[in-house]
Each structure stands twice: as C-alpha cells, then as structure tokens.
Design a protein around this ligand. Structure first.
Ligand SMILES: Nc1nc2c(c(=O)[nH]1)N[C@H]1C(S)=C(S)[C@@H](COP(=O)(O)OP(=O)(O)OC[C@H]3O[C@@H](n4cnc5c(=O)[nH]c(N)nc54)[C@H](O)[C@@H]3O)O[C@H]1N2
Ligand SMILES: Nc1nc2c(c(=O)[nH]1)N[C@H]1C(S)=C(S)[C@@H](COP(=O)(O)OP(=O)(O)OC[C@H]3O[C@@H](n4cnc5c(=O)[nH]c(N)nc54)[C@H](O)[C@@H]3O)O[C@H]1N2
Ligand code: SF4
Ligand SMILES: [Mo]
Length: 747
C-alpha cells in the first residue's frame, strides 16, 4: 500500500447493524475510521466504530492457523500452514461424515462479522447432505423472520422516515447501541412521531417516550392480546383490509376475548386504562410501526408474541404502506443468498433429519417446505431466507445430540465468527457437547473460549481487509458498498475462501467456481449487468424505489394467499393456530427474583471486545442491576460483588443499584469472559460471569413452536460474594485509554 493515505467506504461489522464508515490506511495498516462524508449518514457511527483500528491491529489477533497439541480446551497449539490445516480438516470431516452420515456435521455462525460467506456454508452443507446449521440468529431476528413468514410471507422493515408512531417492545437503541436505528427514532420523534415503550425498567428510550408501560418481564404476548381486545372492541381496526386480506379473524377474536384489559393488567402489572390508552394511540396513528425486537425472540411465548406483532401490524392497516411496515422483497440487482444456498439440493430425507424438525419446527425446513409454493409465486424463490433464519436447525436439539443424546451422533462442529460456548442457553451442556466432538474448527480473529476448545483455529480476515456488497441479508433492497483498505495477514482467510477451499477438497469444485471474492461479487451483481468494479466506482449505496401494497397483485406468500391471523401451517403441524399467552413455570420459593438477560453494554458487541483496552475501561467488569429496595432488602451496596444463581448455575457480577430498575427484577449482561485471565482461569474465565450459565433450555423453558429459550424473566437468587479469583483489573484506570475513542464515547 505504500506510505500514501487511502480512504475507502467500508461497512463496519463490529456490530450487526452495518454502518457504512470511511476507513483510512497508512503503511498497510488501517489507521483511522471516521464518519461518513454524506451528512445524512454522518451520525451513524459509535465509539466501537472509532475503535476499529485498535481491534483490527490488535497484538492478540490470530494471524496463523493453529492446531491443538494438548488436551481439548488446554489451550496449547502449534502453528501450521493454511494448506495443511485445510487438508487435515477436509480429511477428518470426510472421515466423520462417512462414518456417521452427513448429518453428523453441524455449523454455528451468525454471519454478520464474517460478512462474506454468501451462504456458501449452506451451499456446502446442502451438497454434503447436512441440515444442521445453527446460529445466533435463532435468538435474534432470524427467528423473527421465519415466524413473520407464517403470518404474511415476509419479514417487514419499519418505514422510520414516514411513520407517526413507533412501538418499542423493550428494544432500546442508543447512541452507542445500534446507532442508525437510534438516529432514525430520534429523527421521527423530532418530526412529531409518538413513541410507546414497553419495558419493565426505565430504559433510555423509555425516558423520552410519550407512553411507557412498565410490564412484568416475559408478559409481552399477553400485552398484545390486551391491545387487540381494545382495538377490536372499539372498532379501531381496518375492517376492509381484514375482510379482504385476512383469514382466521373469528378464531383470533375468540382468543382475544379471553384477554380483557383487566386480566391483562393482572398478568402484566400495568393498569388497564394505560393498556387501553396505548392501544388506541397505536391503532389511531396514521402510519405506525412495531420494529423488530429481540425481546420477543427470547421468550416462552416467543412464537405467539412475534405473531401478535405481525397481527397488530396487519389489522391496523400498517402492512406495506407509507409510514408503516414495508415488504421490500429481494433486490433485483443482487442475487440473494436464498439462491446461492442451493436448498433444493438437500434431499427431503436429509431435511427431515434436521434437528428440531419434529418437535420445534417453526424455523426449520419443515415450515420452509410448506411455504415453498407461495413463496416462489410471490417472491420468485422457493426458499426465501431472510436474515439467514428461515431454514435453521434448533440449537438446543443440536447441542443435545452433540452431547450424545438422541436421535443420532453429531461429531463435527465448526464455529465461524461465533463464540458458541457463551452464545446460547445452558453453557454447561454446550461445553459437554463440544467436549464430545471428534473435530472442532473455529474461524476467529481472537482466541475466544470457544476457539480454545477447537482442534483447529483458522485466522479470519476483518472488514477492512475484504470487499463486499452488503444487502442486510435480504431484509431490505439496499445495497451498500464495503471496500477493503488493507491486505489481510497472509495466512488469514475470508469465510468465502474457507468454504471454497473446503469444497474443492471435498469434491464440490464444480459448484464452487468462483476464484476470488470479487468473482463472487461480480456473479451476484451480474443480473444488473455490472461488475463489482462498476458498482464500486459508481456509488457507495443503492436503494430501489419502494413500492407499496404489492400484495394486491400477488397476494401474500402464505398457503391461503392472505394474512393468516390463524396460521394454517401451525395448525397443520398440530400447534395452536391462534396466538396465546403461556404462564411462566412456577418459581421455586427460594428464587425470589425475575432475571432478565441480554443487557447490551455500549463498549462491546455481544461476547466480543473484552480485550480492547480502551473499550474495556468503560465497563471493566460485568454489572448486574438492582432496584434500591431490593438492594436494601438483600443488604447490597453499590460495587459489592454478588453471586447470582438460578437452578442451572451461578455467576459473579458487581452490583449496580438503579432506581430505573423494576423491583423484583435483576438485569444481567450477556457474554462476559475475561481474556486477560487466559492461562489462569478455565477457558479465559468463560464460566465466571457468562449469562449462558444461568439460562435453562429444559423443555418447560422453551417456546413450543420454535424451541427458543426464555431469557426474559426466569427465577434467580442473590448472595454476597467476593471478587472473582484472577480478575484483578476492575477499575477503569487499570485499562489503557485511547484519546479518539474517549472523545467519541464522551459525546
Ligand atoms: N453496544 C452494543 N449495541 C448492540 C449490541 C451489543 O452487543 N452492544 N447488540 C446488538 C444486538 S445483536 C441486539 S439483538 C440489540 C439488542 O438490544 P435491545 O433491543 O435494546 O435489547 P436489550 O438491550 O436486550 O434489552 C432492551 C430492553 O428490554 C427490556 N426488557 C427485558 N425483559 C423484557 C421483557 O420481557 N419485555 C419487554 N418488553 N422488555 C424487556 C430491558 O429492560 C431493556 O431495557 O442490540 C444491538 N446493539
Ligand atoms: N446466552 C445468550 N445467548 C445469546 C444472547 C444473549 O443475550 N444471551 N444474545 C443473542 C443475540 S441477540 C445475538 S445477535 C447472538 C450473537 O451471536 P454472534 O453474533 O455470533 O456473537 P458472538 O457469539 O459474540 O460471536 C462473534 C465472534 O465473532 C468474532 N469475529 C468478529 N469479527 C470477525 C471476523 O471478521 N471474522 C471472524 N472469523 N470472526 C470475527 C468475534 O471475535 C466473536 O468471538 O447471540 C445470541 N445468543
Ligand atoms: S453501531 Fe457502531 S459498531 Fe455497530 S456498525 Fe455502527 S459503528 Fe459499527
Ligand atoms: Mo441480536
């Protein structure tokens, strides 16, 4: 690259919202990451974006392929060449799948940080014959996409630019958490849009909301049923749309009648008149949105709650209208991953072996097959995968099988850009599952606890080192340029390269004809008559003009062609076709608190960045949040250490007392481990403070239809504890400061 300074447009993948930023390089290293030069996009950067040079140039970055030399998890390695690693991985994977069948191979990835997979993982697995692909998107947006399809065949995106009312079920974007969505909500508010927040605690969004309903954790589905009761009783719904475009109204109405506001008040702890007032505000708005939220992705009544959001959107006439929820469909300019994945190549017999297919089918191939025909008719592809989440195996079923339970052995497990050990429920089971593997491959940029359990760790490239055109995993039709500004370390690979090289070694060279990532991008852009180079020189972002009410021409992509208020697919599979609310299992007496997990801390994305000093100094140790009355009752002062236990396990965290908390609730952060304790604490301290230790995936804690675990209100208790062993750097000043990050963070 030489000494001259280069500036490029790159999509940040530190978190999954994908801001386009400007990246600068000097002497072959990324030197600075700054805001966009388009004023409309300039606000879309958080201090994690500013910290990218510190992450990408970090001395701990894995740059050489590693092969395990000690026992599994001992964290002892030898450096080997990329070619040797790939040869050995291919040979071992072939041996395992020959012995146990292709379904003995499972992959876990979330795809957002690795970015350039182009569904080649699914393509490879489909050619090999394995349906067992799992992902963090099973708990976040991917599962929402699959469940939305049951109701109206697509996963809509809110029209923030034109809406007059925004309803946030917990979802709490902030200046340093999903910054573009935070900015979009702020802009809507400035235009006069109303904001309704449903959150047990006073969140950042709740502070500025027009209405804040402080519901009890885990009761969102009941709240939605209460809203519908008000909306139906008071005739606040779009009768023409319901008549012409919906099926199942009577069955839904019957269910809704069981939830008068007084009953919902009892369940949720919110006054009946406040429930009714919020429902009216939403239903009467001229253009209202219920943006996607992870809260209802991770609840006992998840499928019902997500379906109730869909139903609220539909019956209030907000589907595919200006200021409502847009249903974009696939971009005509970019071949979608749905086509690249080759789902039609996986034989039906293998699809039926997908773990979760029988008992928790909502986001598996079982539903995908039932939606194939209408999906092809309306959206042009039989397998429409949105946010990667519409054809997944169930993570709990996969970990159980990996640990040696029924129905068949799973013996090879690859994790790409995913810290699987900490990223699902029931960490002890995931650990057992991983310890029972014959082959584990991690594709990573840092030595995570998951990577420590691997046989091979392959160094990944990062977004400043690769070209891409981002399409929000088919959720929108926007195409965003992401340019490489520096070269990757010589032995690092993109996930594109990894899957291509593996495929070539395992007999699928013909189906993987692309030599380079740019060839793949050219192919994906080919139907628009352009190459990546054309795209790159012409624009940094492209958006197809929106079209509304497209269903009038095509119908909806459901079996009936209508919005299914009662889902024929759920009914056909033996589930209740109409959404319902499920009470939480009884709380044991000695577990007085309702725990909810999933706190997103500003400096980190999920389990990452605990090793980036300038970020870590903002939150050096995990904090659990308590209401002052609860702290007093249990004798805790600010900064004390506490042991938080559930029937599944215990973790340690520092107590933070906040009057914004709801009494009786404890809020715990996600994804904590302590990279600095590597070599001292087991697996980098992965069992000290990780929320996954606390979360159960026993059947009674799983949503019926999808089998996702309940993270929003499970039983827990608190005891005094001392600071964890080996964790010594617990004050901000123990961690190095970076002036640019500090300046941005303080804004
Ligand atoms: N800095 C930073 N930003 C991030 C991320 C990150 O790791 N770091 N992660 C990104 C990702 S992947 C996601 S999914 C989002 C998640 O971020 P958000 O959508 O904001 O979700 P959470 O932070 O999990 O919780 C939001 C709120 O839900 C409330 N809540 C808890 N239980 C319930 C419940 O049962 N019902 C209701 N209605 N509310 C409840 C909590 O009090 C909290 O205020 O953040 C994204 N942004
Ligand atoms: N227990 C529990 N589980 C959860 C959640 C929870 O709150 N609690 N939240 C859920 C949610 S909302 C989500 S979105 C998912 C998130 O799940 P993921 O998005 O998979 O997040 P992580 O598991 O933290 O894994 C990201 C890993 O990618 C690595 N990485 C970063 N950039 C690159 C890259 O360019 N290349 C490669 N190869 N690796 C890279 C990081 O070092 C990190 O280890 O987790 C879900 N799982
Ligand atoms: S919000 Fe921050 S971390 Fe996420 S993509 Fe934007 S700049 Fe990167
Ligand atoms: Mo997420």
């Amino acid at each position: 690259m030489g000494a001259s300074k280069e500036t490029k447009y790159s999509v940040c993948t530190v978190c999954d919202i994908g801001c386009q930023l400007r990246t600068e390089a000097e002497e072959g290293k990324v030197s600075r990451v700054i805001a966009h030069d388009n004023p409309a996009l300039a606000g879309n950067i958080c201090y994690k974006g500013t910290a990218v040079p510190l992450i990408h140039n970090h001395p701990d970055r894995i740059t050489k392929p590693l092969k395990r030399v000690g026992e599994r998890g001992e964290d002892r390695w030898e450096e080997i060449s990329y070619e040797q690693a790939m040869d050995e991985i291919a040979q071992k994977l072939a041996g395992i799948t020959n012995q146990y069948g292709p379904e003995s191979f499972a992959v876990s990835t979330s795809g957002w940080n690795t970015q350039t997979t182009h569904s080649l993982d699914r393509r490879f697995m489909n050619l090999l014959g394995s349906p067992n692909w799992i992902s963090g998107v099973a708990l976040c947006a991917g599962n929402t996409a699959a469940v939305n399809k049951l109701t109206y065949g697509w996963f809509p995106m809110p029209d923030y630019g034109n809406t007059n009312c925004i309803v946030l079920f917990g979802h709490n974007p902030r200046k340093h958490s999903w910054t573009p969505i935070y900015n979009a909500i702020r802009a809507a508010r400035a235009r006069g849009a109303k904001v309704i927040v449903l959150d047990p605690r006073i969140s950042d969004q709740a502070e500025h909301a027009d209405v804040h309903l402080r519901l009890k954790a885990g009761t969102d589905a009941a709240m939605c049923l209460g809203w519908l009761k008000v909306i139906f009783d008071e005739g606040l719904y779009d009768k023409d749309f319901v008549e012409e475009w919906c099926v199942g109204f009577d069955a839904l109405k019957q269910r809704v009648d069981e939830y008068p506001p007084e009953r919902v008040a009892e369940i949720t702890g919110v006054a009946a008149e406040d429930i009714a007032a919020a429902a009216r505000l939403y239903a009467n708005a001229d253009g209202a949105v219920i943006p996607w939220t992870p809260i209802t992705d991770q609840q006992l009544s998840s499928t019902s709650a997500i379906r109730l959001h869909s139903i609220l959107r539909a019956v209030t006439g907000n589907l595919d209208v200006v200021g409502g929820e847009t249903m974009g469909g696939f971009s005509a300019a970019y071949i979608p991953e749905s086509e690249l994945a080759l789902h039609e190549h996986l034989p039906m017999a293998q699809k039926q072996k997908q773990l979760g297919y029988d008992d928790h089918p909502a986001f598996t191939y079982r539903v995908a097959e039932m939606l194939k025909e209408p999906t092809e008719k309306v959206w042009g592809y039989p397998y429409a995968d949105i946010v990667m989440g519409c054809h997944m195996a169930n993570p709990t079923n996969v970990f159980r099988a990996m640990a040696g339970e029924a129905p068949y052995p799973v013996k090879a497990f690859f994790c790409l850009g995913n810290n699987a050990l900490l990223s699902y429920a029931n960490q002890h089971q995931i650990y057992q599952a991983m310890m029972n593997q014959e082959l584990i491959v991690a594709h990573e940029i840092f030595m995570t606890p998951t990577a420590m359990l691997a046989d091979y760790v392959l160094p990944g490239d990062v977004f400043t080192e690769r070209n891409h055109v981002a399409d929000s995993w088919s959720w929108t039709t926007r195409l965003t340029l992401s340019q490489k500004v520096v070269d990757a370390p010589a032995e690092a690979s993109s996930t594109f390269q990894f899957w291509t090289d593996l495929a070539h070694r395992m007999g699928f060279a013909e189906e993987f004809p692309w030599q380079t990532l740019e060839d793949m991008l050219d192919y994906r852009l080919s139907r628009s008559g352009r190459t990546f180079a054309d795209f790159e020189t012409a624009t940094y972002m492209e958006l197809e003009p929106p079209a509304f009410r497209k269903y009038r021409k095509t119908g909806f992509a459901t079996p009936s062609g209508k919005v299914e208020l009662a889902s024929s697919i759920l009914g056909d599979m033996g589930f209740d076709p109409v959404p319902y609310y499920r009470e939480l299992p009884e709380r044991p007496e000695d577990y007085p608190y309702l725990i909810f997990t999933g706190v997103r801390e500003d400096p980190f994305f999920q389990t990452g960045q605990r090793n980036i000093e300038s970020l870590r100094r903002r939150t050096p140790v995990p904090k659990l949040f308590l209401h002052p009355a609860d702290a007093k009752k249990d004798g805790f002062s600010e900064g004390d250490w506490a042991k938080l236990s559930t029937p599944k396990g215990s973790v340690l965290a520092q107590v933070a007392i906040r009057d914004t908390m709801k009494e009786g609730h404890v809020r715990v952060p996600h994804g904590w481990w302590y990279p600095e304790t590597r070599g001292q604490a087991e697996l980098g301290g992965a069992f000290i403070s990780s929320d996954a230790v606390l979360c159960s995936d026993e059947d009674e804690w799983l949503d019926h239809e999808q089998g996702v675990p309940h993270f929003k209100g499970f039983p827990g208790k608190l005891e005094k504890a001392s600071q964890p062993e080996h964790v010594t750097r617990i004050k901000p000043e123990d961690w190095k400061m970076d002036a640019a990050v500090e300046a941005h963070a303080g804004q």
